[in-house]
Design a protein around this ligand. Structure first.
Ligand code: SF4
Length: 406
């Protein structure tokens, strides 16, 4: 395609994000191996009901004790089992001996002048992850993390540069929601209306935790499936698995380049799951039940904003009836890239509109608080960045479901 080569960017080997290999982590508290009590926050409503029924029946308690406890879990205001004040003290103590109610611990909160609030959460073992509350007229969106760090090493992403820490558990994912939603309520931001899995990590590379977390958010906390968006850089088996779920969860594809050659430069996973296969998978996702797909397109000056890329972008969007979000690049410390010029962003928007593609320009939020994914973590914990960057991502670098604690 004319002009395409001009969009390619070569990053010197010493300016590549680190790609970390992943080794399985223990599933229990390293300090007390084999003694872990299940976290109530990581159970789907079905699992929670069964576990609590069995617990209270075994103690000769009435059946409503299980429902009482589940209400405390999903109402979100009790920070501990001890705070479930309508349970008798003896029952709280007994529950505490068999279960735990543990949210991620708040490390830092930063509030932007635009109202965006970013939380840094500390997990067991010392890892930290981010979530972001993003207010807008009529809605409050929560962006949550599914992994501590990320192994996929996308060039434009601060998390990719920080390397992979570990998988999050379902409890740690749902716990971000629970703690953030309570914080939002306590600080006058209202109720969380939407959740997007666009924080740290590739959610479809942690399906063992993300899929139950989707169930917990949807049928435990009552968030409509259409208000929950899973964002991926293109893990095809994960998209296929999401399509099989009966709930209408939404899917966002981090596209960022409409041609494979350029996409490989930005997203190493493109080598494993190339664009043509990915688009075929999205077409099948569409056929599975009328769920809207969004393309995320971060616009980087001189990298992926050549006008020659507009027709292929339009073509892909039309093929899968995607909504396109154009997002001017939010600079990160690791590369010298800048956001596209405003008039280039508008040219893209106009071109997409004229082709009948629904499109919006999303201004990055919270720039003054390092709200781009992974930036706050990197700023607070610069030592977490890998000292051994390697050339590229390989299939072995993709974390598999099941790695990490529960
Ligand atoms: S964009 Fe997503 S998949 Fe890519 S490195 Fe960042 S967190 Fe990982």
């Amino acid at each position: 395609m004319p002009g395409r080569r001009g969009c390619l960017i070569r990053i010197p080997a010493n300016r590549q994000p680190p790609v970390t290999s992943v080794s399985p982590k223990p599933a229990s508290d390293p300090a007390r191996p084999g003694t872990e009590r299940p976290n109530l926050l990581g159970m789907t409503p079905g699992e929670l009901g069964e576990a609590l029924d069995s617990h209270f029946l075994g103690r000769g308690q009435p059946a409503y004790r299980a429902r009482q406890t589940a209400r405390w879990v999903h109402a979100g205001d009790a920070r501990s089992i001890a705070a479930m004040t309508d349970l008798p003290l003896a029952e709280r103590n007994a529950l505490e001996r068999s279960f735990r109610l543990e949210e991620p611990e708040l490390d830092t909160v930063s509030v932007s002048t635009d109202g965006t609030a970013k939380h840094l959460w500390r997990l067991r073992g010392g890892e930290v992850v981010e979530s972001v509350l993003i207010p807008a007229p009529g809605r409050l969106t929560l962006c949550i993390s599914s992994q501590a760090g990320c192994a996929l090493a996308c060039r434009f992403c601060a998390t990719g540069w920080s390397g992979f820490g570990r998988q999050l558990s379902a409890a740690e994912i749902a716990g971000q929601y629970r703690a953030s939603a309570r914080w939002a309520g306590e600080h006058g931001m209202g109720s969380v209306s939407n959740v997007v899995f666009m924080g740290m990590g590739e959610p479809l590379a942690n399906r063992k935790a993300v899929f139950p977390a989707l169930t917990i958010l949807n049928s435990g906390y009552g968030l409509g499936a259409r208000r929950i968006t899973v964002s991926t850089v293109g893990v095809i088996p994960g998209i296929e698995a999401l399509a099989e779920r009966r709930e209408q969860f939404r899917l966002a594809l981090s596209l960022h380049a409409p041609v494979s050659e350029l996409r490989r430069e930005l997203i190493p996973l493109e080598k494993r799951y190339p664009l043509d296969q990915l688009i075929n998978t999205l077409e099948a996702f569409n056929r599975s039940g009328g769920r809207r797909i969004t393309f995320e397109y971060t616009m980087i000056r001189g990298v992926n904003d050549d006008l020659a890329l507009l027709p292929p972008l339009t073509g892909l969007a039309r093929r899968v009836q995607a909504f396109v979000n154009l997002i001017p690049f939010n600079p990160i410390p690791y590369v010298d890239w800048r956001p596209s010029h405003r008039n280039r962003v508008q040219a893209y928007r106009q071109g997409l509109e004229e082709a009948g593609v629904p499109v919006a320009v999303r201004e990055p939020r919270g720039r003054d608080i390092d709200a781009a994914c992974g930036q706050l973590r990197a700023a607070r914990y610069p030592g977490r960045r890998s000292a051994h960057p390697v050339e590229d991502a390989s299939p072995a670098d993709l974390p598999q479901p099941g790695e990490g604690p529960q």
